[in-house]
Design a protein around this ligand. Structure first.
Ligand code: SF4
Ligand code: SF4
Length: 370
């Protein structure tokens, strides 16, 4: 389990990734009489007070610890803190509960390293999948989604996949959900963030130059349906209230330029995007997959390859139905998630609910069946 002493007592630094996945939300679960006696002798009233508080205020309900008065479910132990490098540290490392000190990385399912290789990588789209219209993430769904991601973490590597950039993810995705992620595929697969702090562009210099030239042309044109150009490093993203018709218009213009063979025009539920040809979210996910089986969860036209090329594909009920003929033509079956008892290759499984609720349904299915 993670610790806070960077100099000499980092817990098994070569093996422990200091992710805190093995730390339960309430440390009181782990406390023995021996621990309490030690804290008494050490005069650690802060720990004893917290212990008394948890024992008075936390009850177990539906297999999880719940705050008696508010009904809230905590996701992190009170003694965890995030270090500047993004890893987690235990604030009471020197005297933490014996169960915590004795735990070895990889010793049980609690640890993300329990299985030597996490066999799957899951790519989860944002707009129309994790985010509902208006770029909303309903407050009441934050903890349930984070909890399912937490259950999945020892089985799969988790990446957000979006047409947006790093600052957008920071702004729109609640921290408990971001903290469960291993990284982000950004700008529809043209860049990635492995540390969730820096963006790593994977397009070539020539491709970026093409995009910048085309962006200049697009900015010089008059589009009444355009709301704004979003800031991008290596793609063009034009936000609009009517992506489908705007896409047709932009594509007709691009097809008439010399850039047509070097770029791809696509759209999501909120924007028309132009990318260097050959890039998409599935390519971005594959670039970081280390050969794992891919699982795509997405809904829109710019997610086509994530749904088509992933080993397993899932969508919330608001899935862009115009993609159906393409998927069927390529030999994918389309099935209702509620009818499946296990992962079905070559199948797009549709949730009953739309957007964030549909994503929750899918994550729960995966946590139960991977
Ligand atoms: S006391 Fe420390 S090691 Fe134990 S669960 Fe809490 S943060 Fe993790
Ligand atoms: S889950 Fe494993 S890798 Fe992560 S902090 Fe715990 S022991 Fe370390």
């Amino acid at each position: 389990m993670p610790n806070s002493d960077m100099a000499d007592n980092r817990f098994a630094p070569k093996e422990c990734r200091r992710c805190a996945h093995c730390c339960q939300p309430y440390f009181s679960l782990y406390v023995s009489a021996e621990d309490e006696a030690r804290w008494q002798s050490e005069g650690r009233m802060d720990i004893l007070e917290r212990l008394a508080w948890e024992r008075k205020n936390i009850i177990w309900k539906d297999d999880q610890p719940v705050h008696l008065a508010t009904g809230e479910v905590a996701l992190r132990c009170h003694w965890l803190k995030k270090d500047p490098d993004g890893t987690m540290a235990c604030l009471i490392h020197a005297t933490k509960p014996k169960i915590c000190s004795d735990y070895s990385p990889g010793a049980s399912e609690l640890c993300i390293q329990y299985r030597k290789v996490r066999e799957y990588i899951i790519g989860i789209d944002l707009h129309g999948t994790l985010l509902a219209p208006g770029e909303k993430f309903a407050d009441e769904l934050v903890v349930p989604i984070a909890r399912e991601l937490d259950r999945l973490k020892s089985k799969a590597v988790l990446w957000l996949c979006t047409g947006n950039d790093l600052s957008f993810v920071e702004l729109k995705v609640p921290a408990p959900v971001r903290e469960m992620m291993d990284g982000y595929v950004l700008e529809t697969g043209c860049s990635v963030s492995r540390d969730q702090q820096t963006e790593e562009v994977i397009t070539t210099w020539e491709e970026r130059r093409t995009i910048k030239e085309l962006e200049k042309l697009m900015r010089s044109m008059n589009f009444p349906e355009l709301n704004y150009f979003a800031h991008r490093l290596t793609s063009i993203s034009m936000f609009t209230d009517s992506p489908r018709p705007f896409y047709a218009k932009v594509k007709r213009i691009v097809d008439k330029t010399a850039y047509r063979d070097r770029v791809l025009v696509t759209y999501s539920s909120v924007a028309v995007d132009i990318l260097p040809r050959g890039y998409d979210k599935h390519r971005g996910l594959s670039a970081v997959s280390d050969g794992r089986k891919t699982i795509g969860i997405a809904d829109s036209a710019n997610d086509l390859n994530l749904l088509l090329r992933s080993d397993y594909a899932f969508a919330p009920s608001n899935f862009a139905r115009e993609l159906e003929p393409v998927l069927l033509r390529e030999g994918r079956k389309i099935a209702e998630l509620s009818h499946l008892g296990s992962l079905e290759p070559n199948t797009l499984a549709l949730a009953v609910a739309p957007e964030t609720k549909g994503a929750l349904e899918i994550l729960r299915f995966l946590a139960n069946h991977l």
